[in-house]
Write a protein that binds this ligand. Structure first.
Ligand SMILES: C[S@@+](CC[C@H](N)C(=O)[O-])C[C@H]1O[C@@H](n2cnc3c(N)ncnc32)[C@H](O)[C@@H]1O
Length: 209
Protein backbone atom coordinates (compact mmCIF):
# COMPACT_ATOMS: atom_id res chain seq x y z
CA UNK A 1 0.00 0.00 0.00
CA UNK A 2 2.89 2.36 0.79
CA UNK A 3 4.27 1.73 -2.70
CA UNK A 4 0.84 2.39 -4.20
CA UNK A 5 0.68 5.71 -2.27
CA UNK A 6 4.03 6.76 -3.76
CA UNK A 7 2.91 5.72 -7.25
CA UNK A 8 -0.20 7.85 -6.88
CA UNK A 9 1.78 10.85 -5.62
CA UNK A 10 4.15 10.46 -8.56
CA UNK A 11 1.18 10.18 -10.95
CA UNK A 12 -0.41 13.31 -9.49
CA UNK A 13 2.88 15.18 -9.80
CA UNK A 14 3.06 14.08 -13.45
CA UNK A 15 -0.50 15.38 -13.89
CA UNK A 16 0.41 18.76 -12.41
CA UNK A 17 3.02 19.25 -15.13
CA UNK A 18 0.87 17.72 -17.86
CA UNK A 19 2.76 14.43 -18.29
CA UNK A 20 -0.14 12.13 -17.40
CA UNK A 21 -1.24 12.24 -21.04
CA UNK A 22 1.54 9.71 -21.59
CA UNK A 23 -0.12 7.22 -19.21
CA UNK A 24 -2.10 4.36 -20.78
CA UNK A 25 -5.91 4.49 -21.04
CA UNK A 26 -8.21 7.36 -21.98
CA UNK A 27 -8.46 8.50 -18.39
CA UNK A 28 -4.68 8.33 -17.77
CA UNK A 29 -3.93 8.79 -14.08
CA UNK A 30 -7.64 8.99 -13.26
CA UNK A 31 -7.95 5.38 -14.40
CA UNK A 32 -4.93 4.26 -12.43
CA UNK A 33 -5.47 6.01 -9.11
CA UNK A 34 -9.11 7.13 -8.90
CA UNK A 35 -11.08 4.09 -10.05
CA UNK A 36 -12.13 5.77 -13.31
CA UNK A 37 -11.97 2.44 -15.13
CA UNK A 38 -15.37 1.90 -13.44
CA UNK A 39 -16.79 5.32 -14.35
CA UNK A 40 -19.55 3.89 -16.55
CA UNK A 41 -21.00 1.80 -13.70
CA UNK A 42 -24.68 2.12 -12.89
CA UNK A 43 -23.95 3.29 -9.32
CA UNK A 44 -21.91 6.23 -10.68
CA UNK A 45 -24.81 7.26 -12.92
CA UNK A 46 -27.26 6.93 -10.02
CA UNK A 47 -25.06 9.25 -7.95
CA UNK A 48 -25.00 11.68 -10.88
CA UNK A 49 -28.77 11.51 -11.15
CA UNK A 50 -29.25 12.41 -7.46
CA UNK A 51 -26.73 15.24 -7.77
CA UNK A 52 -28.38 16.70 -10.86
CA UNK A 53 -31.73 16.74 -9.02
CA UNK A 54 -30.04 18.86 -6.35
CA UNK A 55 -28.30 21.10 -8.90
CA UNK A 56 -31.61 21.64 -10.67
CA UNK A 57 -33.16 22.85 -7.41
CA UNK A 58 -30.11 24.99 -6.57
CA UNK A 59 -30.25 26.88 -9.89
CA UNK A 60 -34.05 27.14 -10.10
CA UNK A 61 -35.07 30.77 -10.42
CA UNK A 62 -31.84 31.96 -12.09
CA UNK A 63 -33.51 33.67 -15.03
CA UNK A 64 -31.28 36.56 -16.04
CA UNK A 65 -28.44 34.36 -17.39
CA UNK A 66 -27.33 30.75 -17.56
CA UNK A 67 -26.16 29.67 -14.11
CA UNK A 68 -22.54 28.57 -14.01
CA UNK A 69 -21.89 25.05 -12.69
CA UNK A 70 -18.33 24.17 -11.62
CA UNK A 71 -17.81 20.38 -11.71
CA UNK A 72 -14.72 19.78 -9.56
CA UNK A 73 -13.13 16.36 -10.22
CA UNK A 74 -15.51 15.95 -13.15
CA UNK A 75 -14.05 12.70 -14.54
CA UNK A 76 -15.79 11.97 -17.84
CA UNK A 77 -18.35 14.77 -17.32
CA UNK A 78 -21.44 12.74 -16.44
CA UNK A 79 -22.98 15.80 -14.77
CA UNK A 80 -22.79 17.74 -18.05
CA UNK A 81 -24.36 14.82 -19.92
CA UNK A 82 -27.25 14.52 -17.45
CA UNK A 83 -27.87 18.29 -17.33
CA UNK A 84 -28.07 18.32 -21.14
CA UNK A 85 -30.32 15.24 -21.21
CA UNK A 86 -32.76 17.04 -18.90
CA UNK A 87 -32.58 20.22 -20.98
CA UNK A 88 -31.19 22.28 -18.09
CA UNK A 89 -29.24 25.12 -19.68
CA UNK A 90 -26.13 26.03 -17.73
CA UNK A 91 -22.65 27.34 -18.32
CA UNK A 92 -20.79 24.14 -17.36
CA UNK A 93 -17.09 24.19 -16.48
CA UNK A 94 -15.32 20.89 -15.71
CA UNK A 95 -12.09 20.64 -13.69
CA UNK A 96 -9.95 17.61 -12.89
CA UNK A 97 -6.47 16.72 -11.75
CA UNK A 98 -6.36 14.24 -14.64
CA UNK A 99 -8.48 15.81 -17.43
CA UNK A 100 -10.06 13.27 -19.75
CA UNK A 101 -10.88 15.74 -22.52
CA UNK A 102 -9.53 18.98 -23.91
CA UNK A 103 -12.30 21.20 -22.50
CA UNK A 104 -11.60 20.18 -18.90
CA UNK A 105 -9.41 22.55 -16.87
CA UNK A 106 -6.58 21.01 -14.89
CA UNK A 107 -6.98 21.62 -11.14
CA UNK A 108 -5.68 20.01 -7.97
CA UNK A 109 -8.55 20.61 -5.59
CA UNK A 110 -6.29 19.86 -2.62
CA UNK A 111 -3.94 22.77 -3.38
CA UNK A 112 -4.94 25.07 -6.21
CA UNK A 113 -7.21 28.10 -5.95
CA UNK A 114 -10.21 27.41 -8.20
CA UNK A 115 -9.92 30.79 -9.86
CA UNK A 116 -13.40 30.86 -11.42
CA UNK A 117 -16.61 31.99 -9.71
CA UNK A 118 -19.86 30.12 -10.22
CA UNK A 119 -23.42 29.69 -8.99
CA UNK A 120 -23.07 26.11 -7.84
CA UNK A 121 -20.19 23.66 -7.51
CA UNK A 122 -20.57 19.90 -7.68
CA UNK A 123 -18.04 17.45 -6.23
CA UNK A 124 -18.89 13.77 -6.76
CA UNK A 125 -16.69 10.90 -5.64
CA UNK A 126 -13.64 13.10 -5.12
CA UNK A 127 -13.29 13.97 -1.42
CA UNK A 128 -12.66 10.29 -0.61
CA UNK A 129 -9.22 10.81 -2.17
CA UNK A 130 -8.25 13.93 -0.18
CA UNK A 131 -6.55 13.35 3.18
CA UNK A 132 -8.31 16.39 4.63
CA UNK A 133 -11.09 18.01 2.59
CA UNK A 134 -11.26 21.08 4.85
CA UNK A 135 -9.08 23.31 2.68
CA UNK A 136 -10.88 22.19 -0.49
CA UNK A 137 -14.25 23.04 1.09
CA UNK A 138 -12.96 26.49 2.04
CA UNK A 139 -11.68 27.10 -1.51
CA UNK A 140 -15.08 26.09 -2.85
CA UNK A 141 -16.92 28.38 -0.41
CA UNK A 142 -14.79 31.26 -1.72
CA UNK A 143 -16.12 30.89 -5.29
CA UNK A 144 -19.72 29.62 -5.10
CA UNK A 145 -22.73 30.20 -2.83
CA UNK A 146 -24.06 26.65 -3.35
CA UNK A 147 -22.45 23.22 -3.37
CA UNK A 148 -23.69 19.71 -4.16
CA UNK A 149 -21.27 17.16 -2.73
CA UNK A 150 -21.12 13.39 -2.30
CA UNK A 151 -19.16 11.24 0.08
CA UNK A 152 -19.12 7.48 0.64
CA UNK A 153 -19.35 7.32 4.42
CA UNK A 154 -18.55 4.73 7.07
CA UNK A 155 -22.08 4.77 8.57
CA UNK A 156 -23.82 3.60 5.37
CA UNK A 157 -24.19 0.09 3.91
CA UNK A 158 -20.68 -1.37 3.69
CA UNK A 159 -19.66 -4.77 5.00
CA UNK A 160 -17.72 -4.63 8.29
CA UNK A 161 -14.73 -6.04 6.39
CA UNK A 162 -14.72 -3.17 3.86
CA UNK A 163 -11.27 -1.60 3.54
CA UNK A 164 -11.36 1.95 2.07
CA UNK A 165 -7.71 1.57 1.06
CA UNK A 166 -8.83 -1.12 -1.41
CA UNK A 167 -10.33 1.76 -3.45
CA UNK A 168 -7.41 4.14 -2.70
CA UNK A 169 -9.66 6.19 -0.40
CA UNK A 170 -7.89 8.13 2.32
CA UNK A 171 -10.95 9.95 3.74
CA UNK A 172 -13.69 7.64 5.07
CA UNK A 173 -15.68 9.13 7.94
CA UNK A 174 -19.29 9.08 9.10
CA UNK A 175 -21.88 11.63 7.98
CA UNK A 176 -21.81 13.63 11.23
CA UNK A 177 -18.04 14.08 11.01
CA UNK A 178 -18.27 15.30 7.43
CA UNK A 179 -21.14 17.65 8.24
CA UNK A 180 -18.93 19.24 10.91
CA UNK A 181 -16.35 19.96 8.14
CA UNK A 182 -19.10 21.52 6.01
CA UNK A 183 -20.15 23.80 8.90
CA UNK A 184 -16.52 24.79 9.57
CA UNK A 185 -16.16 25.76 5.91
CA UNK A 186 -19.16 28.10 6.29
CA UNK A 187 -21.93 26.00 4.73
CA UNK A 188 -25.38 25.16 6.04
CA UNK A 189 -27.31 22.09 4.90
CA UNK A 190 -30.25 22.55 2.54
CA UNK A 191 -30.95 18.90 1.72
CA UNK A 192 -29.52 15.44 2.42
CA UNK A 193 -29.79 12.34 0.21
CA UNK A 194 -28.43 8.81 -0.03
CA UNK A 195 -27.85 6.93 -3.30
CA UNK A 196 -30.14 3.97 -4.16
CA UNK A 197 -27.38 1.47 -3.25
CA UNK A 198 -27.14 3.18 0.17
CA UNK A 199 -23.37 3.51 -0.01
CA UNK A 200 -22.97 7.21 -0.70
CA UNK A 201 -24.43 10.32 0.91
CA UNK A 202 -25.11 13.58 -0.90
CA UNK A 203 -25.68 17.05 0.44
CA UNK A 204 -26.91 20.27 -1.08
CA UNK A 205 -25.45 23.10 0.99
CA UNK A 206 -25.29 26.87 0.82
CA UNK A 207 -22.95 29.47 2.25
CA UNK A 208 -24.37 30.57 5.57
CA UNK A 209 -22.91 34.09 5.60
C1 LIG B 1 -14.13 8.60 -8.62
S1 LIG B 1 -13.80 9.74 -9.90
C2 LIG B 1 -15.34 10.67 -10.00
C3 LIG B 1 -15.47 11.38 -11.29
C4 LIG B 1 -16.82 12.12 -11.50
N1 LIG B 1 -17.02 13.14 -10.51
C5 LIG B 1 -17.98 11.17 -11.52
O1 LIG B 1 -18.80 11.18 -10.62
O2 LIG B 1 -18.06 10.38 -12.48
C6 LIG B 1 -12.74 10.88 -9.06
C7 LIG B 1 -12.23 11.98 -9.96
O3 LIG B 1 -11.58 12.96 -9.14
C8 LIG B 1 -10.37 13.34 -9.75
N2 LIG B 1 -9.48 13.81 -8.69
C9 LIG B 1 -8.88 13.07 -7.73
N3 LIG B 1 -8.15 13.87 -6.92
C10 LIG B 1 -8.32 15.14 -7.37
C11 LIG B 1 -7.84 16.40 -6.96
N4 LIG B 1 -7.00 16.52 -5.92
N5 LIG B 1 -8.22 17.49 -7.66
C12 LIG B 1 -9.05 17.39 -8.73
N6 LIG B 1 -9.53 16.21 -9.18
C13 LIG B 1 -9.18 15.10 -8.51
C14 LIG B 1 -9.88 12.09 -10.46
O4 LIG B 1 -8.96 12.37 -11.48
C15 LIG B 1 -11.19 11.51 -10.99
O5 LIG B 1 -11.55 12.02 -12.25
Amino acid sequence: MALEGWRRRFGDLAARIGLDRLMPGAAGGGNRFYNCARQGARSWWERTDEAVDLIEKAVAGSTDRRPRVLDLGCGDGKVAVELARRGIEVDYVGFDLHPQSAGVRRLDLARDPIGVEGDVAVVLGVLEYLADPASALKSIAAVVPRLVVSLATSDLDRPATFDPASLNWVYFVDRATFEARLFEAGFRIVERRVTPDRKTALWSVERSA
